[in-house]
Write a protein that binds this ligand. Structure first.
Ligand code: SAM
Length: 403
């Protein structure tokens, strides 16, 4: 049943039994993993694409949540620019107030704090929340929802901006979120959020955007329907080049702001492309299966030739790729990742060891599968010496290729 409107959800792809994408294991923890069925479908009524099965939120977001937003130079720059944009546009009144849902390690709010603007991050994962505090950011360790929003408005007053990046798509209880936004947002305030765009996922075959934490896959039309359902209106939409293609949505109370022409333009483009009916997803399934077959064919071939292959980027996305394709430590001997909390651990499900990026040069392998393809430019520049030494990167979206 659709988590937005209660309509029937038509399942269009089943990735089978999958582990939690960020549940990196101590070698002693093997045998005690949690698995769930990762399947995705589209609501036949409101067009929202969503997971079929939901994982309990505190299994995913907790003290040891390992994703640190500040890990990428490009994302640090993106969030500095975003903070500046919000400061210049919606936070110009007397004593403005911004709430960020899912502030993680404070990557965006630290710029807001430096500008002296009142703010609050709401972040359930205690470890990253503590890092944000260390940056001077004010944080409430909680899941944002209706009751929390009411408590915030009682303490701090209404918010001019409620902002979320790569977080709204993580929250299945969307009704509670919108009711919370209704309680907390000032009459002319805006809810601004950015998330991976279903249009780009389908266009580039980035099936690894589908994992436990990504519950919703938004489009202009599905977000517009959802907002309207809760008394809000989608008033602006902007394409963002980060994380493989995202949209930034601006939502206001219905009738308070004139919608920008971009909303209708992109909604019309979606109608033309077909991002709203079960039949529109037939090509996606074929593309995913082709990538799996090509990638496994390549990795098995390289193994038969005695080549050394490692991975780069123990991302949440890589859990879907390794487990759906069946990549084992025999095919990819370890994965490099700079996140301290992942180091020395095993990847969920596949049990491929995670090692620090320095391990890449010790000695250089013949090939490295770039699981963090969304940071390809940054990583390839940093690891130029690997390529210069004859090493080759394996990429698998939009199709399997070697560079
Ligand atoms: N905003 C950061 C960024 O774009 O890099 C962090 C994104 S991270 C993928 C998702 C974050 O949402 C996690 O830090 C998680 O703990 C947080 N989160 C999940 N559910 C939440 C909720 N109901 N309220 C607030 N934060 C939530």
């Amino acid at each position: 049943m659709c988590r937005v409107c209660g309509g029937a959800v038509h399942e269009f792809f089943d990735f089978g039994r999958q582990p939690l994408s960020d549940a990196f294991l101590d070698p002693a923890g093997v045998g005690h993993e949690y698995f769930f069925r990762l399947a995705v479908g589209i609501c036949e009524s409101c067009t929202m694409t969503q997971l079929i099965d939901e994982v309990a939120r505190d299994r995913m977001f907790h003290e040891a949540y390992p994703y640190h937003s500040s890990g990428s130079v490009r994302m640090r720059r993106h969030f500095e620019e975003t903070a500046q944009l919000l400061l210049d546009s919606h936070l110009t009144g007397d004593d403005p107030f911004i709430v960020e849902v899912g502030c993680n390690d404070g990557v965006m709010l630290k710029t807001i704090d430096k500008a002296g603007v009142r703010h609050l991050g709401v972040e359930p994962s205690g470890g990253v929340a503590e890092l944000a505090r260390g940056q001077g950011v004010r944080v409430r360790v909680d899941f944002f929802e209706e009751s929390v929003a009411s408590a915030i408005v009682a303490e701090d007053g209404p918010a001019d901006v409620i902002y979320a990046a790569n977080t709204m798509c993580h929250i299945p209880y969307i009704g509670s979120i919108f009711r919370g936004v209704d309680a907390l947002l000032a009459p002319d305030g805006v809810l601004v959020f950015e998330d991976p765009y279903l249009g780009d996922i389908l266009r580039r075959n980035t099936f690894d955007q589908i994992y436990d934490e990504h519950f919703f896959f938004f489009t202009v039309r599905s977000v517009r329907n959802a907002a309207a359902r809760f008394g809000f209106e989608l008033v602006d939409v902007e394409r963002l080049p980060v994380h493989g293609g995202e949209l930034r949505y601006t939502i206001a109370r219905a009738g308070r702001r004139a919608p920008s022409p971009a909303v209708e333009e992109l909604a019309a483009e979606e109608l033309e492309r077909g991002l709203a009916a079960p039949a529109d997803f037939a090509g996606f399934a074929a593309g995913v299966n082709r990538i799996r077959d090509d990638l496994m064919g390549l990795l098995r071939g390289l193994r038969a030739e005695g080549k050394r292959v490692v991975g780069y980027g123990a991302t949440a996305k890589s859990a879907t790729v390794t487990n759906f394709c069946g990549i084992t430590p025999e095919l990819v001997s370890f994965v490099c990742d700079a996140t301290p909390a992942k180091n020395g651990k095993l990847m969920p499900g596949s049990h491929i060891p995670v090692r620090s990026p320095e391990a890449l040069a010790d000695p250089y392998p013949d090939y490295a599968v770039l699981f963090a393809w969304n940071h390809a430019e940054e990583i390839m520049a940093k690891e130029r010496a690997f390529h210069e030494a004859g090493g080759r990167w394996i990429l698998y979206v939009p199709e399997v290729h070697v560079v």
